[in-house]
Design a protein around this ligand. Structure first.
Ligand code: AMP
Ligand code: MG
Length: 363
């Protein structure tokens, strides 16, 4: 009987709407209860939705990998409820790390630090370091504090897909695989956290996010940047997760990088080319002045040049194109070439075309 009941829960994923300013105690309590029992649930954070489990309980963590189909050497971020809790899970925390925490927590910054023994290998992929973050989301903080455990939580998408920024995205990817989704509305940032490896000196930027390298350097001085190197075939990634293709829609995404006029003419040329192949095309644009002459079956989303809005809507737009059964996404590059938006687009792209400004499109 007990077994049968658990099975039932497994097949039906419950979605509970939670007030994001003042989360209902009963909802938080029942979610925390599931976590304490070794369950996996999805919850909102300010970056993207997370797929959470008790970060000290190996069998629960394994369920996250299973639900996401995530490679086992791709470690998870532990989410904690108080700044001071870093001492419970990390050792030899440097002065620079403490400064970063003071400046940016709660917030979209993850620090990689030397781990304490109690953290299971399943969280860290066997590494001697652990990634920690205190999210800036009232529901997430209430959940962590109420459950009384750190919550291991990668993004709540199937591995490789665009991260979910709404509960509906999570539902699409995770229905039948997890017991509960807490719906706290649209994620405010829309991109995953910035990750800084603070276990080395100087610290190293592993993944860009809303908190920029410049902001970090204003607090702790010059850091190294591993983001570009991590894209290279010849470089052993410092962070295992960085070697995988990520954030990718089902459609083939072609990213066109250049100055605005060359981007526009190259995308127009690609548009003509794929039209003749009868492909359904979606254009992802950022430049407000760029008008494309589309046919009935073709889609255009222009996210504009505001980093706030474009970040917030990027993954949602990739998922929208997939839902519309687009075959090819032609993406303009974002005007700031080292912004986190470009990092995500480059990783999502099947092909990157560097358009030549002077000679027109290189096709
Ligand atoms: P996600 O939660 O899906 O955004 O992925 C978390 C990412 O954090 C992983 O893909 C890794 O790149 C990174 N990460 C987690 N733990 C570590 C660690 N100990 N050292 C380096 N990077 C880490
Ligand atoms: Mg992820």
């Amino acid at each position: 009987m007990g077994n049968q009941k658990r099975h039932e829960i497994d097949r039906n994923t419950q979605v509970i709407r939670v007030n994001k300013m003042n989360p209902e105690r009963t909802h938080i309590e029942s979610a925390a209860q599931l976590l304490r029992k070794g369950g996996v649930i999805a919850f909102p954070t300010e970056t993207v939705y997370g797929l959470g489990a008790n970060g000290l309980h190996e069998p629960a963590i394994k369920k996250i990998y299973l639900a996401k189909k995530r490679p086992h050497d791709n470690p998870l971020i532990l989410h904690i409820g108080y700044k001071k809790d870093i001492e419970l899970y990390a050792r030899d925390v440097s002065a620079a790390t403490k400064k970063l925490i003071r400046a940016f927590w709660p917030g979209p910054l993850t620090v990689v630090v030397k781990k304490r023994k109690k953290i299971p290998d399943a969280v860290t992929g066997g590494l001697d370091t652990v990634a920690l973050r205190m999210p800036d989301n009232i529901i997430a903080l209430a959940l962590i504090r109420t459950s009384g455990v750190p919550i291991a939580a990668p993004s709540a998408n199937v591995s490789g897909k665009p991260s979910p920024t709404t509960a509906a995205h999570v539902y699409n990817d995770m229905y039948g695989k997890i017991e509960l989704i807490l719906d706290g509305g649209r994620a405010d940032v829309g991109l995953e956290s910035t990750i800084v490896d603070c276990s080395v000196d100087p610290p190293v930027l592993l993944r860009p996010g809303k908190i920029t390298r410049r902001q970090i350097e204003q607090v702790i001085g010059v850091i190294e940047n591993d983001v570009m190197k991590n894209g290279s075939l010849f470089h052993k990634p410092k962070s295992p997760g960085l070697k995988y293709r990520h954030y990718a829609p089902d459609a083939r995404l072609i990213l066109v990088e250049s100055e605005p006029p060359a981007i526009k003419s190259t995308i127009n040329a690609l548009l003509r080319q794929y039209r003749t192949q009868k492909k359904r095309i979606g254009i992802l644009a950022f430049f407000p002045g760029h008008k494309y002459h589309l046919r009935k079956n073709e889609l255009l989303v222009n996210l504009g040049m505001s980093t706030y809005r474009a970040s917030r809507k990027l993954f949602e737009t990739l998922r929208y194109f997939d839902a519309q059964k687009v075959d090819i996404i032609l993406a303009e590059s974002f005007p700031l070439s080292d912004h986190a938006i470009m990092n995500r687009l480059r990783k999502a792209a099947s092909e990157i075309i560097i358009a030549n400004n002077k000679d027109g499109p290189l096709l």
